[in-house]
Design a protein around this ligand. Structure first.
Ligand SMILES: Nc1ncnc2c1ncn2[C@@H]1O[C@H](COP(=O)(O)OP(=O)(O)OP(=O)(O)O)[C@@H](O)[C@H]1O
Ligand SMILES: [Mg+2]
Length: 216
């Protein structure tokens, strides 16, 4: 079982969208996937409720003890994906402890360095103790045709975590899929979004496969 968290203290950056969409992407590749919804807003839970049998299972956990709860709740799954909440420091500390990989979504138009730094610090502190999790930035809701380089790379330089190649762009397919409880891959005529989620799913699985066992 591998655990992936999607965390950013800032609200509305695309955490739930990425968590649910890559969960569906993994499920389409025959992985057993569980989503853990740590957000009282319940975006991931609402998504699953709108969906059908093919939507990954979502469980809510509202205690900041994910490092104890997930090994039990997620035992029979290949991948557990934690949908983080905004402004939830204790929960995020616990998510980092429970994780093999932490994705930090960033909206390029509104990169807010402080919440990102906070998540990076949590990852680094945990790495010193436990040798994991890995962390990676992922661009979310990029606007087609705009140049990311200047805005994003300035902000991220010095934070020492990689930026994933896969990203999402601002597309109506995402809210549409979230409202229907499905993946963008399940919609007709949404190939661009589908390809983005497929690339992101592949990259996340590669990152998880590259991990060496932690020596304790
Ligand atoms: N790639 C995208 N294209 C278009 N809209 C998007 C995209 N990603 C997310 N959104 C929309 O942006 C809003 C915020 O996204 P989402 O709920 O995934 O963010 P979040 O980080 O989980 O927010 P919160 O901090 O409130 O939990 C939602 O209305 C969602 O449908
Ligand atoms: Mg959310």
């Amino acid at each position: 079982m591998k655990v992936v968290s999607v965390l950013n203290r800032k609200g509305g950056v695309g955490k739930s969208t990425i968590a649910c969409q890559i969960a569906r992407g993994m499920q389409l590749r025959e992985k057993e996937v569980l989503i853990v919804d740590t957000d009282a807003q319940g975006t991931a839970s609402d998504w699953a409720e709108s969906g059908g049998e093919d939507t990954p299972l979502v469980v809510k956990i509202d205690r900041a003890t994910l490092e104890d709860d997930i090994p039990k709740a997620g035992k029979q799954y290949d991948v557990v994906i934690i949908d983080g909440a905004a402004k939830a420091e204790r929960m995020n500390v616990s998510a980092v402890k429970a994780s093999d990989l932490v994705l930090i979504p960033l909206q390029p138009s509104a990169v807010d360095i402080w919440p990102v730094k906070e998540t990076v610090e949590l990852i680094k502190t945990r790495q010193e103790v436990a040798g994991r999790p890995q962390g990676a930035f992922v661009v979310s809701r990029a606007v087609t045709g705009t140049n990311l380089a200047s805005s994003i790379e300035d902000v991220l330089s010095g934070l020492e975590l990689p930026l994933m190649t896969a990203r999402t762009h601002q597309r109506v397919a995402y809210p549409e899929a979230m409202g229907r409880g499905v993946g963008v891959m399940d919609l007709n005529g949404r190939e661009k979004a589908a390809r983005e989620v497929e690339s992101m799913t592949s990259e996340v699985l590669e990152l998880l496969n590259q991990q060496r066992p932690v020596v304790t």
